[in-house]
Ligand binder design. Structure first.
Ligand code: ADP
Length: 384
């Protein structure tokens, strides 16, 4: 039996449980807190932060292969383990160009993939000049450790930018020289695709989805996205280029912008399972979690196709500080026909925290009916 070590014990690791059981794989998790979602499903847990490489050394002794549900790791420290023969999938080389958003943009641009105009904010003296180049609004991003819009700021004018950069509460933890500035893309829609690559180099892509963000946090996902076959083909080609170039083994999530002119640009790469692929648990023949474990364990990939006409996934985000388990809200949502509710079992709710999600299977590809169902779910979940 294969034992898979997972760095990170949040909901992404937790959702690997069913697939692990199906494939006869045991999960060993490295995560800091006993309250983290995946602790309950792990065969064993190494309690340590995800960037603690000495804990990963212990993890390595308990498993055959190590994968990631969280990429905020210390690659340099992990590379010592890789040199000693520890097997990471995807490899550390595949992660290396992606962990810093500036390096990631450079990597994608050098591969010839379409990305927004960007530059590193390392010389504040050149700021005015650089801004003139892209024009306001601009997007200021922390180069590292950003997620769910944390560390992403849409800035309308120079005064606000200077103010942000001099705001110690923002620049201190993030460090001013570790910012990226990029053009604001006036996208018509945001899209995403999940792609998997096997040990043998086989690639499969999931249906391209539409993602809807509010305050930079994903609220809903509609599968499949209502886009042209050419756009689908272009996005699939981007996924192939990227995964082949990095020799990925495992799943990657690719976030994209679709411009009003129909042009596609890559926004961000997640080198792991991704929120935009959660619909696959209930809607696809092979979930992204099973697919990831298949790739990581050297198994052939499964069929990623939808088993229904469409699906809509709604994140259940915290909207208050509370210890409630929201029993009655969950009950009401679960009663919606064709709804599959996934509750991550977090003991504490905070505004914006992902507490669970619900996927509703659809018998049509109608964007309006998907939106109407999302609206129903949100009107049950969020206080009016
Ligand atoms: P995170 O890593 O926190 O998810 P992202 O870079 O994906 O950060 O940004 C989160 C959201 O912010 C995106 O989904 C999009 O809605 C918005 N956003 C990010 N970059 C841009 C951009 N250059 N132009 C317009 N909107 C953007």
């Amino acid at each position: 039996m294969k034992r898979v070590g997972v760095i990170g014990g949040g909901q992404l690791a937790w959702m690997m449980a069913d697939a692990a059981q199906k494939l006869g794989v045991e999960l060993v998790v490295q995560t800091p807190s006993e309250h983290d979602p995946a602790v309950s499903i792990a065969k064993e847990t190494v309690f340590a932060p995800v960037d603690d490489a000495s804990a990963t050394e212990i993890l390595a002794q308990k498993c055959d292969v190590i994968t990631f549900e969280n990429e905020f790791v210390n690659l340099q420290a992990l590379s010592v383990l890789a040199q000693q023969g520890v097997c990471f999938r995807p490899s550390l080389e595949a992660l290396a160009p992606l962990l810093d958003k500036y390096h990631q943009r450079c990597y994608l641009r050098d591969l010839g993939l379409p990305v927004p105009q960007f530059f590193a904010l390392d010389e504040v003296e050149n700021l005015q000049l650089q801004i003139e180049y892209v024009g306001f609004p601009v997007v200021l991003k922390a180069r590292r450790h950003g997620y769910d819009g944390q560390g992403t700021f849409i800035i309308q004018d120079f005064a606000t930018l200077e103010q942000k950069l001099s705001d110690e509460s923002i620049t201190k933890p993030l460090n001013q020289s570790f910012f990226l500035l990029e053009e604001f893309v006036p996208f018509e829609r945001e899209l995403a695709v999940i792609a998997a690559r096997s040990l043998e180099g086989e690639i499969v892509t999931y249906p391209v989805v539409e993602t809807q963000q509010e305050q930079q946090v994903c609220r809903r996902v509609i599968a499949p996205a209502d886009i042209t076959p050419n756009q689908v083909a272009e996005i699939q080609a981007i996924a192939h280029t990227l995964l082949n170039s990095l020799q990925v083994v495992g799943i990657f999530g690719i976030e994209l912008f679709l411009g009003a002119n129909g042009k596609v640009m890559v926004n961000e790469i997640a080198p792991r399972t991704h929120n935009s692929g959660h619909f696959s648990i209930d809607a696809c023949e092979t979930s992204q979690f099973e697919q990831h474990l298949r790739a990581v364990c050297g198994l052939p990939l499964g069929n990623p196709a939808l088993q229904c006409a469409g699906a809509v996934m709604v994140n259940l985000l915290g909207y208050e500080n509370s210890h409630s388990d929201y029993q009655s809200h969950r009950q009401q949502i679960a009663e919606i026909p064709q709804a599959h509710l996934h509750w991550y079992g977090k003991i504490e709710s905070r505004p914006g925290r992902k507490l669970g999600h619900v996927t509703v299977l659809l018998d049509n590809k109608n964007r309006e009916s998907a939106s109407a169902i999302a609206h129903t779910i949100e009107s049950i979940w969020y206080p009016s």
